[in-house]
Every structure is written in C-alpha cells, then in structure tokens.
Design a protein around this ligand. Structure first.
Ligand code: G4P
Length: 526
C-alpha cells in the first residue's frame, strides 16, 4: 500500500479559471502535454463546449455529455500527481463552476493581456476570496498586441482585490515580443514565433549581464532593467506564505498557444501550490492525513438519456484512503453503501480505480441517491461546510400545466435541485415556486428534463427580481419587523432559510439603510 502521507504531499488539485476566450482550454491542453497525458494538441479542445448560440441548448448538452471526460484531468508530472478540475466557462454553467471551486486547493487565473480582467473572472475571484484560495495569475497572449503590463498589474490588484507580485516580466508585447525575464528562476526566456516552446533559456545571475543586451538589444535590455527596478520598489517580495493565505498572487506572462511560459508556470506551481489542506466540517476540522476516509459530493453530472436516470456523482476525497468496494456511510440517508465501479480520469481515460487519496476526485455512478454537498465517511457523522449557494441572476415562477402530473412535477423539481441545476425559493406571500438560475439556458434545460424524465409539464412566468439575499439578525424583533414590511418579497430556500427577494438594487440599498441590524448575504453560507 502506498504511504498516505507521501500520496497527499505530492498531490496538487486545482482549477483554471478565466473569462471565456482568455485561453483556459489552450493552457489546460499545454499542461496536459507536459504531463504526457495527451500527445497531440487539440485533444481537449475537441471536447470543449463550443460557442453555440444559447437557443441550441440540446447541442450544448450533448457536448456537455462529452465533456464529462474533461471534468477532472489527472496526470503525473515529475513526482507530482496533478488534478485539474474543469470549470465550465460557458455563462450558463456558472453555478457548477462556483461549486467546483469549493473542491480545489488552489487556482490559476488566465487573463487576456488585451482585455484585462473580465466579468466572469471577477465573479469567480469572489468565491476564491471567500475561501482564501491561493491564486496564481497567468497573463496570456503576449504574442498579440495588448496593454502595458504595469497597467495590467494595477487592474489585477484593483479588480481582483488581491496584492500581486510579478514573477516574470515581458520584453515587449505583440509583434515585438521578445520573451520574458523569469524573476522567480532568474533566467531569460527567449521567444521565437512559431516555435512551440521556449526557444532558448539563458540563466542569469546578474541583471547587468551583457548577454541580455546581446539577445534583446540594448534598448529593450535597459527598459527591462528599469522595469525590474520599479517592480522591486513597488511590489512586495514574493512570500510563499502570503500566497498560501490567499493574500498575494504571483503573476506570470506568456502565450499558451505558443507554449511560451507554460512550463515555467507549471514548475513554479508544483513547488508553491498547496497539497490537499484540512477541510472544515460542522463537527470539526478534518485533516487529510487522518487514516479514516471522508469525502463529499461537489458535482453531479446528469446523463441526458431519458430512459436511464443515471448520473455520475463527483466525490472529492478529503481524508484517508478511498477504496473500491469498501463500506461507506452516506451521512444524509444514514445508509452504508459500496461502490463497485468508482472511476477516475487519468491521461484523459476514464478508468475504474481501486483506491484514491485526498485531493483526488472519484466519479461514482449513481441513480439518484446523491445530492450536492453529501458526505461519505467510514461511519463518523460529518457534514462538510463550504458548498454555499450564490444568489441567482435570473428568476422565474414555475407553473404546473398538467394538473394530473403535479406529483411528478414536484419530484422532478426536487431532484433537479438536488443535482444543483438551479435553486428553488418558495414565496411566503403567495406560495408560488420561484426557480433561480445563472443563465437563461437553464430554464430550457429544466423544462425539457421535467418533461422527458418525469413526464411533467411546466411553463415559466416572468418575475422581475434583482437578487436573492439570505438574511439574519441577532435581534429577533427587527427580523420580524423586516419580514412583515417585506412580506410580499420573503421566500424560503430548500433548507428553510429566510431569503429576501429584492426587485432592484435601489430597493436592496434602501432595505440595508432602513434595517442596519439585519445582515444581507449574497451566498447561503455566512
Ligand atoms: P477559453 O478556453 O478560455 O475559452 O479559451 P481558448 O483556450 O479556447 O482560447 C480562445 C482563443 O484564443 C482561441 O482561438 C485560442 O487559439 C486563442 N489563444 C489562446 N492562447 C493564445 C495565445 O497565447 N496567443 C494567441 N494569439 N491566441 C491564443 P480561437 O480562434 O477562438 O480558436 P481556435 O480556432 O484557435 O481553436
């Protein structure tokens, strides 16, 4: 049997996040190439959800079915075992993306040098900040015209609300891009377009080394020296501890498409990124090195085949060793279960695994037993925290259109919500059910699946809402007064928690001003 401690310390479980088109798929693919997990460029790309018009959601779902293979990508790199968790980049799968971030130990953010920080990155960073997830930033597409790197650093700092520290520095951008100076490793990495790698690396001990001038010309060499001096003066020294606390993000520059700066990023990543860390449960903190197995379900991937309501539940191993066919307790139901065919993804192949370690993700075939957030243990009653719901961005009333099938509709809604497809709120004033999603597409998916998997028919009715806020107060009287005043806009979520449905930003601000003793939360965990 492998040594549990060694297995844990060599694992790096992370996600790459970006706004669509910044280069996440390209970077992922290049990392897999370095790990020997794939041998040709394009292997991941072909699985990527294409930029289809949202009306063609069946096509997207079909592609999503294929993309289960890229949900988790495991590979070995040197002594390290790397698990990349795919975060669906399509606008409509953002909720799934948020949840995936609860299962990683760190993230790499990809930013397009021309576009800077974009909306989706900002949102995902909020989740990282809540959890103090360590972040490395890769500024991509240096081979294209882009913005001034100092300006990009400023933007990263203000938009992502994190201190940054460049660990490499570009020498020009776009057509004049000559390479990067790797501050972390003290080397000059030279760029030649079309060469699918760093074309030359020169180790440098002293920034005044004349070889810099010889290779990039004296103008660019002096500019580089000035820039580096400025960087040293303005940015704090890189401290791994600050990075691990989620306070400081090292920044690398490169071009994923040209495989430029990618290996350098990976080499630094494996050295500084955290191995699986302790996980907090309601009862206590669980250390990954504990001998007893524990894990939680963070994602459920449904099969679109209406005849088989089968899905795959993705379980993140938090402690101990997971073994095939062992008896594990499903805490919510109190039942013991055995898993004969748990799978893991290595080198893009789905294989049945006999064991898995903290940081690993196992896929368990399921026919409706699992719910997002469920815990599995060897018997101990544990409930993992950290799978919050976030306020949806779109809301609709869901109405039954076939009175003979109301039971089916009810069951269908409950199960789809268990899978985490969307969120359900029940308005306390009129008893109507409201479904909240992060994208328009999900409404179509829900309607289709209710019909085809449960034989239930529904229609959507518009409701104009801005945000759902979970509310709480230490002062019961104030809370009661608020609920009375806003009774038409009060709902409960599936856990029975009070939710205020604000119909505009203005109304929300007024409510916050009028009721200072009430805390308004935009995620269900506070
Ligand atoms: P995403 O997963 O974040 O959505 O981005 P993806 O990797 O698909 O990259 C988006 C586009 O940007 C792709 O072009 C990709 O080739 C390009 N790209 C990625 N990295 C670089 C880079 O370093 N330099 C340059 N110049 N381009 C880069 P596309 O035309 O949309 O797709 P494709 O036709 O190349 O497949």
């Amino acid at each position: 049997m492998a040594n549990l401690n060694d297995e844990i310390s060599r694992r790096r479980t992370f996600a790459i996040i970006s706004h669509p088109d910044a280069g996440k798929t390209t970077l992922t693919e290049k990392l897999l190439l370095f790990g020997g997990a794939i041998h040709i460029a394009g292997a991941v790309k072909s699985n990527k959800i294409k930029k289809t018009a949202t009306s063609d959601w069946m096509e997207i779902e079909k592609q999503r079915g294929i993309s289960v293979a890229t949900s988790v990508m495991g590979f070995n790199y040197g002594d390290y075992k790397i698990n990349i968790l795919d975060t669906p980049g399509h606008q409509d799968f953002a909720e799934d993306t948020y949840r995936t971030l609860t299962a990683v130990d760190s993230v790499i953010i990809v930013v397009d040098v021309a576009k800077g920080v974009e909306q989706q990155t900002r949102k995902l960073m909020e989740v990282c900040r809540m959890r103090n997830t360590p972040v490395i930033i890769f500024v991509n597409k240096l081979d294209r015209e882009g913005r001034d790197p100092f300006e990009i650093l400023d933007e990263l700092e203000t938009e992502l609300k994190i201190s940054v520290r460049p660990l490499s520095w570009p020498i020009n951008i776009g057509a004049k891009f000559k390479g990067v100076y790797n501050i972390y490793e003290q080397s000059l990495d030279l760029f030649t377009p079309n060469k699918q790698r760093v074309s030359e690396r020169i180790e440098i001990d002293d920034i005044n080394d004349p070889r810099i001038d010889q290779n990039v010309g004296s103008n660019d060499a002096s500019k580089l020296r000035e820039d580096l001096e400025l960087i040293d003066g303005v940015y704090p020294d890189f401290e791994t501890d600050e990075y691990l606390k989620g306070k400081l993000a090292p920044v690398f520059f490169g071009s994923a498409l040209n495989t430029f700066g990618v290996k350098e990023l990976l080499d630094c990543f494996v050295k500084i990124a955290p191995a699986p860390r302790p996980v907090t449960a309601e009862e206590r903190t669980i250390n990954p090195h504990e001998s007893q197995f524990s894990g939680f379900v963070f994602k459920i991937h449904a099969n679109m085949d209406p005849n088989h309501r089968s899905c795959i539940a993705f379980v993140k191993v938090c402690s101990g060793e997971f073994q095939r066919n062992a008896n594990y307790k499903h805490i919510r139901s109190g039942k013991f279960m055995k898993f004969a065919a748990p799978t893991a993804f290595m080198a893009q192949k789905k294989n049945i695994v006999d064991e898995a370690y903290p940081g690993d993700i196992v896929g368990i075939p399921d026919t409706g037993n699992f719910k997002i957030g469920d815990t599995l243990t060897q018997g101990e009653e544990l409930h993992f925290k950290g799978l919050p719901s976030f306020s949806p961005e779109m809301f609709k009333y869901i109405e039954n259109t076939d009175p003979m099938k109301s039971k089916q509709l009810e069951k269908g809604i409950q199960q789809l919500m268990d899978e985490g497809v969307a969120q359900l709120f029940v308005n306390q004033f009129n008893g109507r059910k409201i479904i909240g999603t992060v994208g328009q597409l999900q409404f179509e998916v829900i309607q289709y699946r209710l019909l085809h998997e449960y034989g239930a028919q529904c229609r959507w009715e518009p409701i104009s809402l801005y945000k759902a806020c979970w509310i709480e107060s230490d002062d019961a009287e104030t809370l009661a007064a608020f609920k009375k005043r806003k009774h038409q806009f009060m709902a409960i979520d599936r856990e029975g928690r009070d939710v205020f449905l604000a119909d505009s930003n203005y109304v929300l601000q007024m409510a916050q001003n009028d009721f200072p003793k009430i805390r308004f939360h935009f995620s269900s965990e506070f």
